[in-house]
Unconditional design. Structure first.
Length: 188
């Protein structure tokens, strides 16, 4: 195993994980809000925010799919060592990680069932930047409206129309993250 794989995890695991978990949950509870995270130094092309989400939300029972440039030896080894998460195909994953284009087609990901809507995938979408502008968001956790620059609007509108089924999404850029749960209504 390459010695570089051993680096990049949380420096102070209990504290860093607690802060990261809080940021991840706040982002999902308050769609459109942007949160700074710290504590991890994952290998490229993984952003710090995506690495923090993997370290916080994944474990040996959480199946991860890597798409596009993120499906490389450095990232696979880092996730395996630090989270112990098994790497699987898109159809079987709990979390899918990659750039928006690499995650296509989205109909590969689980959307849950009527009995178990929680058995769906969560997308971790790497972006070059996060902005509180663009599409208008409404729904649970949003006082009136929020704004978020999305890679496309149609996919998120279609996803919200399936509620309570559908996938949820985190967006990561550098050390910043935001989220868009399936319950959020999106207008272009």
């Amino acid at each position: 195993m390459d010695a570089a794989v051993l680096k990049g995890g949380f420096r102070d695991a209990p504290v860093d994980a607690a802060r990261a978990f809080r940021a991840a949950m706040q982002a999902m509870a308050r769609p459109g809000t942007i949160h700074d995270v710290a504590g991890a130094e994952p290998p490229a092309p993984l952003s710090r925010a995506a690495g923090v989400l993997i370290l916080t939300l994944c474990d040996p029972e959480t199946r991860v799919h890597l798409a596009g440039a993120h499906d490389c030896a450095e990232v696979r080894d880092w996730i395996t060592f630090h989270a112990g998460a098994p790497l699987v195909g898109a159809e079987d994953c709990d979390f899918a990680l990659g750039a928006w284009d690499a995650l296509q087609p989205l109909d590969r990901f689980r959307i849950g069932t009527a009995q178990y809507p929680d058995r769906s995938a969560t997308l971790i979408v790497e972006r070059s930047e996060l902005k509180a502008e663009g599409a208008t968001l409404t729904g649970p956790g949003i006082r009136e409206t929020a704004r978020m620059f999305l890679p496309e609007v149609a996919a998120f509108r279609a996803n919200a129309a399936r509620f309570p089924l559908g996938w949820d999404a985190y967006f990561c850029a550098g050390n910043r993250l935001a989220a868009l749960p399936r319950s959020t209504q999106v207008e272009g």
